[in-house]
Structures are given as structure tokens and as C-alpha cells.
Ligand binder design. Structure first.
Ligand code: 13P
Length: 251
């Protein structure tokens, strides 16, 4: 069975004290065993988060990393640096990084290679903008992102890849893709992986939905057959709403 995953992308939220408080409360919660839960704090709090969660099932991910191993890249963080503080998972290709930091498909393919080369797991984000959906181009856009960002990988690499479908028009807007729209795209993505690789690879890869997931809509979205969990922004910043979403699979 595919792994069910609920990951909280904190984006640029929470300083160290807020992170300590959040994780302290999180650790008081009963964790659903059938769901992998991940938090992705800002770089400055990764080491604290890893140490705080050392004996806990919740895992820690980074929100980004540089494609080079080391060098004169002021302000950047490498895969080895992340691993040295215990982080083994990285979110790559988030639409905010594509839009605000000019991350191209080619660059993202390099980052994916670097992460996998360092034995990390990648949560790779894809998703169309509103203009694409209005033009009916959403499948073409996502297909292109998959081809350029991931389809150069070997079959074996896919054991370390998670896909997150995040329609840009649904991020932070309160507008969610309908469960049918989410299912349609997730099915499309799984079919694209089947066509390029095999059904075995496609059936094993977890595909998360992201974009205004809240406790009120998580159950319906996660109930779709090709939706294996969520990448959560705003609602992941409070322990209660994050846990409600994480438990939406089972309750
Ligand atoms: P929201 O849940 O705030 O819409 O953010 C989604 C997201 O971008 C997660 O990566």
C-alpha cells in the first residue's frame, strides 16, 4: 500500500520560540500510526526540530536547498548541511520558489539530482497557475513539469520521490480544488508515471494534494483514490488544525 503522508510546509513562519512551542504541543498529541507526518520549518529551526523530534515519529523536512555541494553561493544551504542536522527530506519546486526565486524546471532537475545523490527524499511540487486552468492547459503544464523535473530519474530513484500537486490558484487563497479536480489531476499524474515508467512505479508513488487544505475539507480530498495525503500551508501552523488534517484519513 502507498504511504499516506501529511506534511506541513511552514513557509517563512515561526521563529525558534514559536517552533519550540509548536513542537512541544505536537508531541503531546496521539499520532495516527498509518500516516507519515512531516513538518518543514524554516532553515533556522531545522536543527532544533530534528533534535526535539529525535525519538518521535514526526519527521523533519527542509523547504529548499541548493543544487551544488558547496561553494561561493552566499545565503544558500547544501544537501550535506541539511543532512548534518538530521534532515533527510526536502521540498523542491514549490510554486513560490518557481515564481519568486526564478526556479526553472532545469534548475529543479539539478536540485532533485543533488538531493537523491545525497540519499535524501524529495517532495516535488507541480501545479498549474489560474491562467493555465482557465485556458484548459493544466494537464499539459503538469506533464511538462514532471517530464523536465523528474522523468530523467531511474526507476529505483522513485523510491525516494513524493509528488505534491499544488494548483497555484488554490494556494493561500481559501479556494480548494474540488475533490473531483484533485482526483482527476492525481490520476493524470499517476498515469503519466505509468506511461513513462511502469505501473509498479506509479502505484508506489505517493501523490499529495496542496492548496487550502483545512480540517473541514481534508477528509473529502484525502478520500479520493489517487490522493495519498496533503502538503499543508496555513492550516499546518496550528497544532490542532494540523492534527485534525493528519487524522482525516482515519476518522
Ligand atoms: P495553503 O495550505 O496555505 O494554501 O498552502 C499550500 C502550500 O503551498 C503548501 O506547500
Amino acid at each position: 500500500m502507498r504511504k499516506k503522508i501529511v506534511a506541513g510546509n511552514w513557509k517563512m513562519h515561526k521563529d525558534l520560540a514559536e517552533t519550540e512551542a509548536f513542537l512541544g504541543r505536537l508531541k503531546e498529541q496521539v499520532m495516527p500510526e498509518e500516516v507519515s507526518i512531516i513538518v518543514a520549518p524554516p532553515f533556522t529551526n531545522l536543527q532544533h526540530a530534528f533534535q526535539s523530534l529525535r525519538d518521535h515519529p514526526v519527521r523533519v523536512a527542509a523547504q529548499n536547498m541548493h543544487q551544488s555541494d558547496k561553494g561561493a553561493f552566499t545565503g544558500e544551504v547544501s544537501a550535506a548541511m541539511l543532512k548534518s542536522v538530521g534532515v533527510e527530506t526536502v521540498i523542491l519546486g514549490h510554486s513560490e520558489r518557481r515564481a519568486h526565486f526564478n526556479e526553472t524546471d532545469d534548475l529543479l532537475a539539478e536540485k532533485v539530482n543533488t538531493a537523491l545523490g545525497n540519499d535524501m527524499t524529495v517532495i516535488f511540487c507541480v501545479g498549474e497557475e489560474l491562467k493555465d486552468r482557465k485556458a484548459g492547459d493544466q494537464f499539459e503544464v503538469v506533464q511538462n513539469q514532471l517530464e523536465k523535473g523528474l522523468f530523467h530519474l531511474s526507476e529505483d530513484d522513485w523510491a525516494h520521490v513524493v509528488i505534491a500537486y499544488e494548483p497555484v490558484w488554490a494556494i493561500g487563497t481559501g479556494e480548494t480544488a474540488s475533490p473531483e479536480q484533485a482526483q482527476q489531476m492525481h490520476q493524470f499524474i499517476r498515469q503519466a508515471v505509468t506511461d513513462h515508467y511502469s505501473e509498479t512505479v506509479a502505484e508506489a508513488v505517493s501523490i499529495l494534494y496542496g492548496g487550502s487544505v483545512k480540517p473541514a475539507n481534508a477528509k473529502e480530498i484525502f478520500g479520493q483514490p489517487d490522493v495519498d495525503g496533503g502538503l499543508i500551508g496555513g492550516a499546518a501552523l496550528e497544532v490542532e488544525s494540523f492534527m485534525e488534517i493528519a487524522k482525516a484519513f482515519i476518522e
